[in-house]
Design a protein around this ligand. Structure first.
Ligand SMILES: [Zn+2]
Length: 679
């Protein structure tokens, strides 16, 4: 068996690109990393800072990052492993033409060929820029959007394929709002927020500079018009909170009825150009009022502004693959201004990400063969079954839920399908052409390949073996249409999952992650779908009202957190994740108790089992972000910042109070009637 990866920081090693070395001490059997404990902070007052205080004070965010912490270290370690794979493939010129290894090596090589990129400048985009330049009138816009959407360029609306939310056994076409160059509509609209307003002004300069690099004229005026156009789109767009309502975002429209929705804009022609209109009778429109507004915005915009906007979005999407001037200008806004990073990531890191995005499962197959011992899968399968059993037990004993709803909830739970490590069936890339000397073409073809792969699903049975994350991703997800939970290989490492450690830390870390993902099936959004993946209310009115009362308390608790002066956590945007954390940790603790079979837990490193359980949970959330990035996250990320994922979750857990002797007057203390326990 391979050694598990390390729980300790490897900043200096990572900075030189070196990998986890063998001369690092073995992980302690408790699995708790105590070196950063700040003895000046009481765990009863601020558990997160108690455990991580010295780290918060002494460790700087690396210059090329906007956030740093345990999650990010693990991602960085994984990236280095992926680099070795891609480098080996690049050098292996004997790999069969058309094989996955050859494609990985060729794509990586095409990215790293900076000489060629300098010579080409923005020439690889000439044909696409020309396609936009010759746009004669607004009638051409639907076809242009269909094309740009296919090659991964942001467009005012997106066309994508997914399971029909109310008929999950068939694939459907979705049309949703899109097309902004900044992370959220607030960046366009909140003129009273000085930071956001300054970012908007810098964005406009960035648009002008990028257009100038591509040889455009009159760029200042064009940039102003583009930002005004995007601001109009932003004005009409739904907020991120509104986008979380699955029923409001489900609007089935027969293709024949589309002209009534956007009388001036031929959306139906757009869907025909996108290659989907002949395959379906209806589309699911996410935000009808937005499309109606878009109809008018396009009609009012002058043709030159539309062209400039589409050219800008094309350049924005492909700048990372052009010459240095574009790469640096792109970093200047999206890295430096928007997230506060000081340095651009090393080219190999972006190259690895590019291979990851285009040939993710080809890279993943090699990653799994080298870095995922089968023992991890077996132990993880047992953990998942224990968590499901604990949920079953817990739902059966809920005091706030009636029998009818319980029956439905248990039915949903019984239909959960877990996936661990890597897919049973790997993606077939044989129809994707990769050329060693054509980076932009490679990325464009990869985008087109992925788009077509999805369009080809229309009319076919649901592919239940498909994964939405690659195995080398340090993350996990719940898919409500599949009612499935997925744990990629790369998250099954310390500090999430430690093969060398006692159970307590594993239940507190990966156990809480499993509980969190199952919890998404029963969060404010997931609970609106049933076990077959259909959006359908299975709640009695009374039980739904009780559930809502509990989740409203979480909205208020998290809304009070203020990670930056003047910027509060959005309690509604983060509600689903906070429910996941709340339920995940409580159920993981139940599962841990079940695993002890009535025996007392051993004391290790002077820590009781319950103490290790909660410390294991909190060390996963050790992270920090630069201020600019923190604002991006507050506006866009449905997850609360790490410190509140730790403290905000812990203070609702009854057993936490006992484990650390939390008493009235302590800052972590909540009176019992204010604690939230849902599942
Ligand atoms: Zn989540």
């Amino acid at each position: 068996m391979k050694r598990p990866l390390l729980t300790t920081l490897l900043l200096s090693l990572l900075a030189t690109g070196a990998r986890a070395a063998d001369n690092v001490p073995a992980t302690p059997a408790s699995g708790i990393d105590t070196q950063y404990i700040d003895a000046n902070v009481r765990p009863q007052d601020d558990f997160f800072t108690y455990l991580n205080g010295k780290w918060l004070k002494t460790v700087d965010i690396p210059a090329d990052r906007s956030s740093w912490g345990t999650f990010y270290q693990l991602r960085e370690n994984t990236q280095a492993q992926l680099r070795d794979i891609a480098e080996a493939d690049r050098k292996n010129l004997h790999a069969k033409a058309g094989s996955d290894e050859r494609k990985v090596g060729d794509l990586y090589a095409s990215f790293m060929d900076d000489k060629r990129r300098e010579t080409l400048g923005y020439k690889p985009l000439s044909a696409e820029l020309q396609r936009i330049r010759v746009l004669k009138d607004r009638k051409g816009v639907p076809a242009l959007i269909a094309h740009l959407n296919r090659i991964g360029v942001a467009t005012p609306y997106t066309i994508s394929i997914g399971q029909d939310a109310k008929e999950s056994t068939r694939y459907a076409v979705y049309v949703r709002q899109g097309g902004l160059g900044m992370p959220d509509r607030d960046y366009y609209l909140k003129a009273d927020d000085a930071k956001l307003a300054a970012t908007k002004a810098t964005y406009q300069q960035h648009v002008a500079k990028t257009l100038a690099l591509a040889g455009d004229k009159d760029v200042e005026a064009k940039a102003a018009a583009i930002v005004a156009f995007e601001t109009a789109l932003a004005q009409a767009q739904w907020t991120k909170v509104e986008l979380r309502d699955p029923n409001k975002n489900y609007n089935k429209v027969e293709l024949a009825a589309l002209p009534a929705l956007t009388p001036g804009y031929d959306l139906k022609a757009g869907l025909a150009e996108a290659g989907v209109a002949s395959r379906v009778d209806y589309a699911i429109v996410g935000q009808p009022s937005y499309l109606q507004a878009f109809d008018k915005i396009v009609a009012d915009a002058d043709l030159d502004t539309l062209k400039a906007y589409f050219q800008w979005q094309l350049l924005r999407a492909y700048s990372p693959y052009l010459s240095k001037a574009f790469v640096n200008e792109d970093f200047d806004f999206y890295g430096r201004t928007l997230t506060g990073a000081a340095e651009i990531r090393a080219p190999w890191k972006i190259a690895v990400s590019t291979v990851e995005e285009s040939l993710g499962e080809a890279l993943g197959r090699e990653y799994v063969a080298q870095h995922f011992p089968p023992e991890r899968k077996a132990r993880m399968e047992a953990l998942v079954q224990n968590l499901l059993a604990a949920y079953r037990d817990s739902i059966g004993h809920l005091d706030w839920m009636g029998e009818d709803t319980k029956k439905q909830a248990l039915d949903k739970l019984a239909k959960f399908s877990p996936k661990i490590g890597y897919p049973n069936k790997w993606r077939d890339y044989s129809r994707l052409a990769i050329k060693r000397d054509d980076l932009v073409g490679n990325v464009m073809r990869a985008q087109g390949f992925e788009y077509q792969r999805n369009v080809d699903k229309l009319g076919k049975p649901i592919d239940r073996e498909e994964w939405s994350m690659t195995p080398q991703t340090v993350n996990a997800y719940y898919n409500s249409r599949m009612n499935g939970i997925v744990f990629p290989a790369a998250i099954l490492q310390p500090p999430f999952f430690n093969m060398a450690a006692d159970d307590a830390v594993n239940y507190g870390a990966i156990g809480a992650v499993i509980g969190h993902e199952i919890g998404h099936g029963f969060d404010d959004k997931g609970s609106q779908s049933d076990g077959d993946g259909n959006l359908r209310n299975w709640w009695t009115e009374q039980d739904l009202a009780r559930f809502k009362a509990k989740t409203d308390m979480l909205v208020n608790q998290y809304g009070a957190f203020e990670p930056l002066p003047g910027y509060h956590v959005n309690g509604e945007l983060t509600l689903g994740e906070n429910i996941g954390d709340n339920a995940g940790l409580e159920i993981a603790h139940k599962a841990y108790l079940i695993s002890l079979h009535g025996q007392p837990a051993p004391v290790i490193d002077g820590l009781t089992g319950d103490q290790r359980f909660y410390l294991g949970f909190a060390q996963v959330w050790r992270n920090k972000s630069r201020d600019a990035q923190q604002i991006v996250l507050i506006k866009t990320d449905p997850h609360s910042p790490g410190q509140f994922r730790a403290n905000g979750t812990l203070r609702n857990q009854p057993a936490f109070y006992e484990a650390f002797g939390v008493k009235p007057g302590d800052k972590m203390y909540l009176p019992p009637d204010q604690r939230v326990s849902i599942w």
